[in-house]
Design a protein around this ligand. Structure first.
Ligand code: NDP
Length: 481
């Protein structure tokens, strides 16, 4: 059993209370590491360290040097990718090839934003009064709180940490209590890369730690990925100190297949779009809207694909889908499936636990397909965050758009059609932050990502997110003096 410590001001420390909690492997169901439960005083120490590092060192470090450190960090992350992927799979059950991809993706994010670190500048603004000279500067915010969930700790952290560091901020990170190990291991890479003490701090523990952090008056901004319910608490906490937030929350994303689509591609995309990561992704295309002429065919072929899924040890490269990441979540997903059945939807395939299927251990839920679903059912409205897909038929474009937008969420959507005009027409009408056409669930460092409605606000990735971690200062000079 490995005992981890927290990173505060460049030192590995235990919590002030000495309290620890276990981290469980969702495949073996056994505790395999222990993590400190931070006290309020630890959070305070971490925030003070980050503020001091900002004041004394990081705000005086130029972009070229910040970029050099970030490139080093990316190299270290890539060199350790396999080891970290194994640790992450042990912590959250994601199949090893997906964990490895996440590590490499994270390294790409640090490189992408390192490229921006010495290219963040303002503008000169022409004035009506010619004796006035006006210009803007883009300055870092100061100290930012980064709160991450358990589904992809290292790549979600990279979405936040890479632009935050490039823009010149210092940070305090709080990973999920259900999967903190890789974030703490990553802290050692930050040290090895040579970042000054206090620039990156990591505190661990449950939601109370996140609560202390997001209410701390020393924090200048909160960047959060997680559930919409927690997002609302965080927005309320942020309002106490009137600081901005970036909230990347849940979704109930529609994937729309028209009868003229390339069905082989559409089925492959729709399948991977919802069952990747065992459905534990915010962008899961969990509502599949299918035009009536191909509805039966899509149901049949989706069932065939689901039937072929191999559940098993997530470390085994032959496994298609691992267990769900933690026990409370496993129970929540099962209860959502039971609710779907109770409300009248039909499980066409799946719906069982790994035990019911003959597996000896692990928090597995079979990939599940619901038919006979209508838009009022809980299973069609609420985020399951598990391997559960609802298929609903539609007649025409108008109906598809109305159904797609009939959701409190607005994160992503997919459109599968060979009619290019229709694809653009619908993309414009989708109430969401990301539209994929004839593809799904591809993301890239360059491409802005985020939601509307209850999927949150603010953007991650791309140059747009760099703006999230800076503030504009205006300087006006009277040249006649
Ligand atoms: P949460 O939203 O609760 O967790 C996300 C992060 O917020 C974790 O680090 C969590 O800590 C922390 N947190 C919890 N409470 C507070 C608080 N009061 N103040 C500050 N931080 C807090 O997600 P869950 O793990 O509970 O998952 C619940 C649902 O959220 C999922 O079923 C899914 O619908 C959605 N979700 C969405 C994700 C996305 O990518 N958009 C990712 C993960 C979940 P801790 O885990 O230690 O409690």
């Amino acid at each position: 059993m490995k005992e981890y410590r927290m990173l505060i001001n460049g030192q590995w420390v235990d919590s002030a209370s000495g309290e620890r909690f276990p981290s469980y492997n969702p495949y073996t169901e056994e505790a395999w590491a222990t993590i400190p439960q931070a006290a309020e005083s630890d959070v305070d120490r971490a925030v003070q360290a980050a503020r001091e590092a900002y004041r004394t060192v990081w705000s005086k470090t130029n972009g070229l040097e910040r970029a050099r450190l970030m490139m080093k960090l990316a190299d270290l992350l890539e060199a350790e990718a396999e080891r970290l992927a194994e640790l992450e799979t042990a912590d959250n059950g994601k199949v090893i090839r997906e964990s490895l991809k996440n590590m490499k993706q994270a390294a790409r994010y640090y490189r992408f934003f390192a490229g921006y670190a010495d290219k963040i500048y303002g503008e000169v603004i022409p004035m009506d009064q010619t004796h006035l000279f006006d210009y803007t500067m883009r300055e870092p915010i100061g100290t930012v709180a980064l709160i991450t969930p358990w589904n992809s700790p290292i790549s979600i952290l990279a979405n936040k940490l890479a632009p935050a560091l490039a823009a010149g901020n210092t940070v305090v990170i709080k990973p999920s209590e259900h999967a903190s190990v890789t974030t703490l291991e990553f802290g050692e890479l930050v040290r090895k890369a040579g970042f000054p003490d206090g620039v990156v701090n990591i505190v661990t523990g449950d939601g109370t730690v996140g609560n202390f952090l997001t209410r701390h008056p020393g924090i200048g901004k909160i960047s959060f990925t997680g559930g919409s319910a927690t997002g609302k608490i965080i927005a309320r906490n942020a309002s106490e100190n009137l600081i901005p937030c970036l909230l990347e929350l849940g979704g109930k994303s529609p994937n729309i297949i028209f009868a003229d689509a390339d069905l082989d591609k559409a089925l492959a995309g729709a399948f991977a779009g919802v069952f990747g990561g065992a459905g534990q992704t915010c962008i899961a295309g969990s509502r599949l809207l299918v035009q009536r002429p191909v509805y039966e065919q899509v149901v049949e072929r989706m069932m065939e694909r689901i039937r072929a899924v191999r559940l098993g040890n997530p470390m085994d490269p032959a496994t298609d889908m691992g267990p769900l990441a933690n026990k409370p979540h496993y129970e929540r997903v099962l209860s959502m499936i039971r609710t779907g059945e109770a409300e009248g939807a039909t499980v066409a395939i799946g719906g069982k636990t790994g035990y019911e299927r003959g597996l000896e251990k692990g928090w597995f839920v079979e990939p599940t397909l619901f038919v006979d679903v209508n838009q009022r059912m809980t299973i069609a409205r609420e985020e399951v965050f598990g391997p559960v897909l609802c298929i609903l038929p539609f007649d025409d474009e108008e109906e598809a758009v109305a159904m797609a937008n009939d959701s409190k969420y607005g994160l992503a959507s997919g459109i599968w059609t060979r009619d290019i005009s229709r694809a653009h027409r619908i993309a414009r009408r989708m109430e969401c932050g990301q539209v994929w056409v004839n593809t799904y669930r591809i993301n890239a460092a360059q491409v802005p990502f985020g939601g509307v409605k209850q999927s949150g606000y603010g953007r991650e990735r791309g140059m747009h997110t760099l703006m999230e971690y800076t503030v504009v200062k205006n300087v006006m000079v009277d040249l006649s003096v």
